[in-house]
Ligand binder design. Structure first.
Ligand SMILES: NC(=O)c1ccc[n+]([C@@H]2O[C@H](COP(=O)([O-])OP(=O)(O)OC[C@H]3O[C@@H](n4cnc5c(N)ncnc54)[C@H](OP(=O)(O)O)[C@@H]3O)[C@@H](O)[C@H]2O)c1
Length: 237
């Protein structure tokens, strides 16, 4: 039997590094995003919740019928913007952030329970969060609130799963700061949008951003060990 990785947001940055890492570990991988180029890519636009959940249902239902040695769901996809006080952007932009960062991660985890709960193989869910879930960062209200929301959802699911006979183990990962497109987007903010933008420019110039490959390796190491449901794991580089 093989091990299965369901990777949400595996087309770029940390997700692309996770794809490569787990490929080398010989996992069967299904990668969900808008622009993935891997053979196992499935198109998923998390800002379109109705069609996105149909895609997830179709894939999960088929995969749950197959025998697996282990099943891992990593929810890595997210968007940082719109950055700035809400008066600087429009409701449609706010709602896109909330759908991608909160509604779909929760919905995907919900459907994972529906389709895989009865499967006897060990089942882990890892949510890639951010220090922003617990820090107050001016200009990042939506990103921070959505990350915090999913973190608390996971703590409740962890408690619910503790009484199940085939429990799912959900955990939270804090990846630190990494050299990806998301950081480039942060650096391109104006001072008016994001008062702390210079700190991020400095961090980039002084080589403080970790490589996504290093963080992917840390994630795989943490997930292969004994996990405590609902806990936050530091996987920074
Ligand atoms: N970079 C950092 O310093 C940092 C720090 C703390 C936490 N994080 C967290 O780490 C994770 C990875 O971040 P990253 O820096 O690697 O970001 P990234 O380079 O911007 O990559 C984001 C990933 O999310 C996917 N995604 C975005 N919008 C999507 C949508 N509407 N539908 C489906 N997939 C979507 C992208 O795929 P497509 O564009 O192909 O759809 C891509 O695979 C995120 O959860 C982020 O919040 C990052």
């Amino acid at each position: 039997m093989k091990k299965l990785l369901l990777l949400v947001g595996g087309s770029a940055g940390l997700g692309e590094a996770l794809y490569s890492h787990y490929k080398n570990l010989d996992y069967d991988i299904v990668e969900f995003s808008r622009s993935g180029q891997q053979p196992e890519h499935v198109f998923l636009d998390m800002s379109r919740k109705e069609t996105a959940i149909d895609t997830i249902d179709l894939q999960f239902a088929q995969l749950a019928k197959q025998p697996w040695q282990e099943i891992v769901l990593i929810i890595n996809a997210a968007q940082i913007g719109p950055i700035g006080e809400l008066a600087m952007s429009e409701p449609k932009q706010w709602w896109q952030n909330i759908e991608v960062n909160l509604t779909l991660p929760i919905s995907i985890m919900g459907r994972f329970q529906t389709h895989f709960q009865a499967v006897e193989a060990p089942k882990n869910i890892a949510f890639v969060s951010s220090g922003a879930a617990t820090s107050v960062i001016e200009g990042w209200s939506l990103y921070s609130a959505t990350k915090a929301g999913v973190e608390h959802f996971i703590r409740v699911v962890a408690q619910e799963q503790s009484s199940k006979s085939n429990p799912i183990t959900p955990v939270i990962l804090n990846p630190g700061i990494m050299d990806t497109q998301m950081q480039a987007t942060i650096r391109s903010s104006s001072e008016a949008q994001f008062s702390n933008v210079d700190w991020f420019k400095q961090a980039h110039e002084t080589g403080q951003l970790a490589s996504p490959a290093t963080v992917a390796g840390n994630i795989a190491a943490v997930l292969s060990g004994k996990l405590e449901a609902g806990q936050v794991y530091d996987v920074s580089g």
